[in-house]
Design a protein around this ligand. Structure first.
Ligand code: C5P
Length: 227
């Protein structure tokens, strides 16, 4: 069986992972995995069912029976739960992100999502973004990118993103929540947010998204052929 190529993009929120991942997937004509969306959908289901965030057995049960698909909508990928519920907007709230980060700290939840994530590895290739794509889910990826940026820049980017989507946001509270989420993601014992030893680390604080995309495209070109 020919090996299915993978590019992993990891890093904290607000570094441009999502846009970069979409850009590369489009450019290469490869599949895309937004692994954060899976954790967010687990959180969404848990919140809607009133499941306690300490209840790892119930959370793992939700994760292991998750029916999520990604549909390409107008310019944006839609996240569909159980074949007919469009949860794209619902999972993007800060509450859902924070809940996702708490659910993601449970080993049983991560274990339950592992196979699901690996199923996205299909021909002709996969671009996957998240926190542990290069370290745990696809350790054999041909190219691993880890994006960073200062906490201030990241909070500012998230603020603008949420505002653009019509959400009402408070920058100070958003900054505090992002710091808390990052500390939890980086400090957890299982699959913490750290670059893989063989990842290329890029600080995007001073770069705009087009610059990030061309920087990474140059790295992709060294490993894979870009159309
Ligand atoms: O990337 P996004 O902000 O959508 O991720 C939401 C949360 O899901 C993260 O804060 C993190 O706790 C968790 N996550 C994870 N591993 C991944 C992707 C996301 O733990 N691969």
């Amino acid at each position: 069986m020919p090996e299915i190529p993978v590019i992993t993009i990891d890093g904290p929120s607000g570094t441009g992972k999502g846009v970069l991942c979409g850009y590369l997937a489009d450019r290469l004509g490869w599949h895309r995995l937004d692994s954060g969306a899976l954790y967010r959908v687990v959180a969404h289901v848990a919140l809607s069912r009133g499941v306690a965030l300490e209840n790892d057995a119930e959370l793992a049960q939700i994760a292991s029976s998750l029916d999520v698909s990604f549909k390409q909508g107008r310019g944006e990928s839609r996240v569909i739960l159980d074949g007919n519920q469009d949860v794209s907007g619902a999972i993007r709230t800060e509450t859902c992100g924070n809940t996702a980060s708490q659910a993601a700290a449970h080993k049983a939840v991560r274990q339950a999502l592992l196979q699901l994530q690996r199923q996205f590895r299909q021909m002709p290739g996969l671009v996957a973004d998240g926190r542990d794509m290069g370290t745990v889910v696809f350790p054999d990826a041909g190219l691993k990118i880890f994006l960073t940026a200062s906490p201030e820049v990241r909070a500012d980017r998230r603020y603008k993103q949420l505002k653009d989507k019509g959400n009402s946001v408070n920058l100070a509270r958003l900054s505090a929540e992002i710091k808390e989420r990052d500390a939890r993601d980086a400090g957890r014992s299982i699959s913490p947010l750290i670059p893989a030893p063989d990842a290329i680390v890029i600080d995007t604080s001073e770069l705009n998204i087009d610059e990030v995309c061309s920087r990474v495209a140059a790295e992709v070109e060294k490993v894979f052929r870009l159309p």
